[in-house]
Design a binder for this molecule. Sequence first.
Ligand code: FMN
Length: 240
Amino acid sequence: MKITVINGTEYKGVTYRLKEMFLEPLRDKAEITEFYLPRDCPAFCAGCKVCFGKDQKFCKDAQYVQPIAKALLEADLLVFTSPAYVFHATGAMKAMLDHFGYRWMPHRPAKEMFGKRAVIITQALGAGEGSAAKDMRDSLSWWGISYIKTYRYKLMGDIKWENLPEKKRSSIAKSLTAAAKKFASIDYRKPAHTSLITKAKFYAVRILQKNLGKRNPEYTDYKYWKANGWLDKARPWKQN
Ligand SMILES: Cc1cc2nc3c(=O)[nH]c(=O)nc-3n(C[C@H](O)[C@H](O)[C@H](O)COP(=O)(O)O)c2cc1C
């Protein structure tokens, strides 16, 4: 199996440890590709919209975005991590996710995403780990992923792992090891189930695309949906 990890921070602190704890039981059965932000995508979306209007390959940051896009498509399991920074995912994570706006369902979702599984790991000193997780979940779910498990922690003590009480550290470790074992036992040859919510989003966008196509048959997203057969009988969750 292949795992792609997007780390919302380069700092090797608590978030890094939590991610390592999750990956540990999976290491001997998975090929793991990791990206650290901002290092691996040190750029902001300029708002030019060339990805929406023409093609993502024309993005000024394609050199960073394309390798991440490729690794996301190739992975069976996606892992996204971030500490809460002022109640949200890190700015570096948000900057990276902005580059994938073109992959949201109202634009050009990748059909591979509909069968993938994803894990989100966040932590905060006192509060904000939920809203930080939501920042990532919003993108993953609008990319078409239904199977998203979130592991959120409140440190409630110290921002240094070493200074946390042993009881806290071992309860977090236990929870992440159990999660990893669950993910290790999945048969990744079978795509994940597509939820009714994902299907409802798809059908709502399908109506939108049909209307857009009536107004302008040259519209980039409409042509993509048409070429995939999604305006006819094909569905992204029915892969062969
Ligand atoms: C810029 C910044 C903003 C933060 N904002 C919050 C916050 O809103 N709520 C919170 O509970 N902790 C906050 N923290 C603490 C982090 O969520 C995290 O617990 C801490 O950075 C330790 O994780 P790390 O070692 O992975 O960086 C913040 C930390 C930083 C550096």
